[in-house]
Design a protein around this ligand. Structure first.
Ligand code: NAD
Length: 276
């Protein structure tokens, strides 16, 4: 593995599982020191122990501004600086269709999947400005921001709004060197899917194997995503390899949104063949 993040310090939210955990591993393997921010204390502490001196776990509910402040503070106090904010925590929360979506369900979904990103961007940008060292802000959105049908309505709306937030944060940082981008994952085999369908933890591995087989042919690559696919994209956006990339997003979905499954041209070609 390369040393793409040597000397850099990152806060990773949602670091106890899935993409966040994988990003923590990949970042540390590339020379970073990381603050692992999550509500899952057991998994977070275990990961910090496994990663050693380069990692600290800080109990963080990203919907609580004071918690996120503590996570950023830990990065600066314990590791001396902040270079990367990977705002990644998320969950489906309320899966109701629009016709049944309550204001309360929408609020709860937005609090985690939108408001927490706003807070993370604000705190990270403030820290970067104070240090006078530009950094990279990365938010995990979703291809649900682009197409309906991948997740619940409220979640999809939140993720779409994250794309606007990323552009806005990038604009407000103009001229500072601070960058802000989103990653749009497709279907990735992590606990978010297990939790969405209420599958017991003991059955997760078997369940996700079945899901992976079932959805593989929705991609052009021929497999479902794994957490490392997203972690490696976050590594690129966190590193100095991407210093001219800001205010945009990278879709990481095996090509799932690159084509239409309706095969419109194929259907018209078949009809047209009757005319020749
Ligand atoms: N897996 C997918 O198919 C997929 C697709 C598109 C986008 N995403 C997004 O990717 C991100 C990471 O999800 P994942 O797939 O790794 O799922 P995951 O469930 O494995 O990890 C999500 C992590 O976020 C944490 N979290 C949830 N609520 C929190 C809160 N209030 N405060 C702090 N931490 C909290 C969880 O404890 C968990 O560790 C999420 O933003 C999710 O919406 C996932």
């Amino acid at each position: 593995m390369a040393d793409l993040l040597t000397g850099k310090v990152a806060v990773i939210t949602g670091a106890a599982s899935g993409m966040g955990r994988s990003a923590a591993e990949v970042f540390v393997a590339n020379g970073a020191r990381v603050v692992l921010a999550d509500v899952q204390d057991g998994a977070g502490v275990a990961l910090a122990e496994r990663l050693g001196a380069a990692a600290r776990f800080v109990h963080t509910d990203v919907t609580a501004e004071a918690d996120l402040e503590r996570a950023v503070g830990a990065a600066r106090e314990q590791f001396g600086r902040l270079d990367v904010m990977f705002s990644n925590a998320g969950a489906a929360v309320d899966l109701a269709p629009v016709a049944e979506l309550t204001a309360e369900g929408l609020d709860r979904t937005l609090r985690l999947n939108l408001h927490a990103h706003v807070t993370a961007h604000r705190l990270a940008a403030a820290a970067f400005r104070e240090q006078r060292v530009p950094g990279s802000i990365i938010s995990t959105a979703s291809i649900a921001a682009l197409q309906a049908g991948w997740n619940g309505a409220a979640y999809s709306m939140a993720k779409a709004a994250v794309l606007a937030l990323v552009r806005q944060t990038a604009l407000e940082a103009a001229g500072t060197g601070i960058r802000c981008n989103a990653i749009l994952p497709g279907a990735v085999l992590t606990s978010i899917i297990t939790n969405m369908f209420g599958i017991p933890a003991a059955d997760e591995e078997q369940f996700l194997t079945g899901v992976g087989e079932a959805i593989a042919d929705q991609t052009l690559i021929g497999r479902a995503g794994v957490a490392e696919d997203i972690a490696n994209t976050a590594l690129f956006l966190a590193s100095d390899l991407s210093t001219w990339i800001t205010g945009t997003s990278i879709t990481v979905d095996g090509g799932a949104t690159a084509y239409t499954k309706d095969a419109t041209v194929a259907a018209i070609t078949e009809i047209a063949s009757a005319y020749h």
